[in-house]
Design a binder for this molecule. Structure first.
Ligand SMILES: C[S@@+](CC[C@H](N)C(=O)[O-])C[C@H]1O[C@@H](n2cnc3c(N)ncnc32)[C@H](O)[C@@H]1O
Length: 277
């Protein structure tokens, strides 16, 4: 495992382990992140989350009745994940501290990795690990930041991140993320309140703002803190993801998708070769 990945996981642990208990996501957000996968794909399945953070997704996925749900994360976020899952009312879960890039299992029916691969030193190795841990004929699903539609974030947040990720977490959260995200919070709320005029659609982060503006200020701050606290983030273009899917010999041709989400991120996935369940 690379030292940089461990630093990233430690930074995320300071984010996840200093939040109030429970999921940071709404049910609608989780459904949107998972589509085209949904409750029917999860029901009765053995499911793995790679890079589970504080289990904010897992507590929702458990309500879709998997046979078993396992989560792994490289960081001490597993502490808050375990606490959140312990109060979920379900017992068919495990969480372990593991590096996803080297993780190996007998293979799961469904493997997902949401918001993780773009933080790795070797994102493709992370993707290959997702596919490697999907059983023959199983399904995998990932979500990453896009290079497309993120010019503002790349231009403004990326340089700041280099400084912010070296500060104590509380200074980054309350001294930087909070004041910096406030103007964006007002911008996004204003865009959401206005009619959906065609001219407005050309504004930066228009679609993303419509999505995030459904949430309260604390969620904006959480996202801004997540952006600033991590030492490494890469922005992936469609061509790169299509190449990963095409070059991995275990992926079933014709089963794959790469879908833009909110104008600035990609959902992508598919099925591995073999007999579907
Ligand atoms: C943005 S968080 C996403 C958490 C969760 N998937 C979600 O959407 O709420 C990224 C997570 O990936 C984890 N991570 C980073 N590198 C990792 C690695 N090499 N192996 C396992 N987890 C890793 C971090 O510790 C962090 O909790």
């Amino acid at each position: 495992m690379s030292r940089a990945d461990q630093q990233t996981a430690d930074a995320f642990a300071s984010s996840w382990n200093n939040l109030p208990p429970g999921s940071v996501y709404t049910t609608a957000q989780v459904a949107d992140w998972f589509a085209p996968l949904g409750p029917d794909d999860i029901r009765g399945a053995r499911v793995l989350e790679m890079g589970c953070g504080n289990a904010s997704l897992m507590v929702h996925v458990l309500r879709w009745s998997p046979a078993q749900l396992d989560g792994i994360d490289l960081g001490a976020a597993v502490d808050s994940a375990q606490k959140n899952l312990a109060t979920s009312g379900f017992s068919n879960w495990t969480v372990r501290q593991e590096d996803l890039t080297t993780f190996s299992s007998a293979g799961y029916d469904v493997v997902y990795s949401i918001g993780v691969l773009h933080h790795l030193t070797m994102p493709k190795a992370g993707f290959d690990a997702v596919v490697r841990n999907t059983r023959p004929g199983g399904r995998f699903h990932c979500w990453v930041y896009a290079r497309e539609g993120n010019a503002l974030v790349i231009g403004v947040v990326d340089p700041l991140r280099r400084i912010a990720s070296r500060l104590p977490w509380w200074l980054t959260k309350y001294g930087l993320a909070t004041p910096l995200v406030f103007p964006y919070f007002l911008y996004a709320k204003a865009l959401r309140a206005l009619p959906r005029w065609r001219a407005l659609r050309a504004l930066p982060l228009y679609d993303y703002s419509q999505w995030i503006a459904q949430r309260e200020f604390a969620f904006f701050r959480h996202v801004a803190f997540d952006q600033l606290v991590t030492p490494r983030t890469v922005y992936l273009d469609r061509g790169t993801l299509e190449k990963w899917l095409c070059e991995n010999g275990r992926v079933a041709p014709g089963s794959t998708y790469v879908t833009m989400r909110n104008g600035n991120s990609w959902k992508f996935g598919g099925q591995t070769r073999g007999e579907p369940a």
